[in-house]
Design a protein around this ligand. Sequence first.
Ligand code: SR1
Ligand code: MG
Length: 406
Amino acid sequence: MYQPFDVDTIIDYVRQHPEALKHLDTAGQLEAVEVGDGNLNLVFKVFDRTTDRSLLIKQALPYVRAAGPSWPMPAERAGFEARALALEYECAPGLVPEPYWFDEVLMLNAMENLVDHRVIRFPMMEGKRYRDLGATIGDFLARTLYATSDFALDAADKREIMKGFFNVELCRITEDLVFTEPYLPDAPRNRWNPRIDADVADFQADEHLKSQAAALKYRFMNASQALIHGDLHTGSIMANDHDIRVIDPEFAFFGPMGFDIGAFIGNLFLSGASHEIHSPDPEQRRSYRRYLIDEAKAAWSTFEAGFRERLADVSSPSWTSQPFQDEFIASVLRDTAGYAGCKMLRRIVGFAHVADLDSIEDLDERARAERIAIRIGRRLVSEHAQVASFDDIVAIAAEALEVHDG
Ligand code: SR1
Ligand code: MG
């Protein structure tokens, strides 16, 4: 029977689970800590103090953790995460945690504990640079998105896999929180810094912006291009100084590839905006923003190169036309721009914000950083259909972040 665990009961569970023995001495001295800092789940690290080995258990609650039981959310979402992580591990081993087991009764996933990795959002608020961050995420995206697309899979095989990814409830969260509510003046779950009331009213009255957000939402709901991660922000990436992993694919479904790339680069730009305050020294600020822009460029160029390299060997004659391949990549780039913008605006006006900005306590200072992010987000959404090269995206971000030679 399903029951949510705590730091004591999770140890009893691990001791009796046959798979756990492969990773821990289950008869030894076990200790658990709950480390979940996301919006949805419980996350336990279980350590074997005798051998220093450990594993991680992520358990879905039957509601949204950040809201409490008043916002029910089926715990079955753990199954989407299990299936997505298994596929990602197959396509990109070494870039995600190794999955250990999925418990479909207790709605939990056990996996490799990334012992000395940290969720990168927080160190980045302090100006931490991760070598090859953009290239690693671009590589992850080229591998996972290509391998689950019609370019790599026979149509029947792809549809068979898709049956496991009708992720209705988590897609609904994205549809509501990313694409709909931020553009509605009276959506009850919206919240924002009162100092930006006028900025929010202005963008919520912008009919062109709203038409472009609607087009992006429609595409999110209908362009089943590949198995996308679905929530690839900087809170879904863990790293240490020499290893970077993508975590948390519970929002995975077959959607537009640009949604993942856009989520990543939109979060780099949110970080850049937040350094308006986190880095008071102008030279340090410029330098960190240049780093963020360079990583965004590396993500796109690595994705594009990896994807084109695989496309060059595509086996089906349907997809070998060079003009078709070029237009396909161009459409992913336009989507990348638009989704990056949507993902930025929702973190300022919607239900779920980001620590980069919300950690800025002084509301006037926070508003300064938020206005920069709003400027980038609005332009990316409004102008995404005209984006013709990644330099166009860089120009929009660089103008607001005042990095003119980046
Ligand atoms: C109710 S869940 C809010 C947000 O948290 C996740 O990380 C997703 O981004 C979702 O939109
Ligand atoms: Mg998450």
